[in-house]
Design a protein. Structure first.
Length: 249
């Protein structure tokens, strides 16, 4: 029937299996760069992604990230909700919208991909399509192109260990009406933040942090604000002696 909703399958990629790693390597061998940065990476003139990020250059090819950060992990965040029995709902990686036409309902799927190596690099990206797989591929591509380097350290006065288990100082991020503050926490505290935000911070290599949210909090806005806080953290310039004291990496 026209009003029946299509079945949504859960697809979450948490680790990088050996087969996928070999597939990436074969794609890199057949890669034909189309940008100057891509050609330098292909010819091993650039061997560290920090050289690209610190210079402010944009990344337009996902193969650049695949080559410079080979141990990148991919995950799809829970941003939607599928219908369950007796009125209950189940968290889903797909946010579904429908447009009613004379031909019936035309669904569209939105998903949010997270990439990171758990050692200072993280990125998120949105993908939207009429089918789930193209939406997932778009999201992963955008996440790789939006990758950033996150400053880590120990900015908590309760700890002061000088290791990079937390963030070096308090920072905030804003998206629409959502405001989130991330604060340094002592070792062993854990990530005291919303579950999907925990995944973003964990992918960046952050293990301990306090958080505070204000105003209305929507799921999508909260995730954008959390990633925005990490971007702001990376944009703040810190003096060398202060960075050494906080253990900033």
């Amino acid at each position: 029937m026209a009003n029946e909703e299509p079945e949504i399958k859960e697809i979450v990629v948490r680790e990088v299996p050996l087969g996928i790693q070999r597939f990436r390597e074969s794609n890199l061998d057949a890669w034909n760069p189309r940008t100057e940065v891509g050609r330098k990476v292909k010819n091993n003139e650039i061997t560290n992604i920090d050289d690209i990020l610190n210079s402010g250059q944009r990344i337009f090819e996902t193969e650049i990230v695949d080559k410079l950060i080979p141990n990148l992990q991919i995950e799809l965040l829970l941003i939607g909700q599928s219908k369950g029995k007796f009125g209950g709902g189940k968290r889903s990686i797909w946010r579904q919208t429908q447009k009613k036409t004379s031909e019936g309902n035309k669904p569209k799927f939105t998903t949010l991909a997270l990439v990171g190596n758990k050692d200072g690099y993280v990125g998120i990206g949105f993908g939207k399509s009429k089918e789930t797989m193209p939406a997932k591929e778009k999201a992963i591509r955008n996440a790789k192109l939006n990758i950033i380097k996150v400053k880590r350290g120990c900015g908590s006065w309760e700890c002061g260990c000088g290791k990079n288990h937390s963030i070096p100082f308090k920072i905030q991020g804003k998206s629409s009406s959502v405001l989130i503050k991330l604060m340094p926490a002592p070792k062993g505290t854990g990530l005291t933040v919303e579950k999907e935000c925990q995944k973003i911070l964990s992918s960046a290599g952050i293990k301990d942090v306090y958080s505070k949210t204000s105003k209305s909090t929507t799921k999508m806005g909260l995730l954008k604000a959390c990633f925005g806080a990490l971007q702001n953290l990376s944009n703040v310039k810190v003096k060398q002696e202060h960075a050494i004291r906080l253990g900033i990496k």
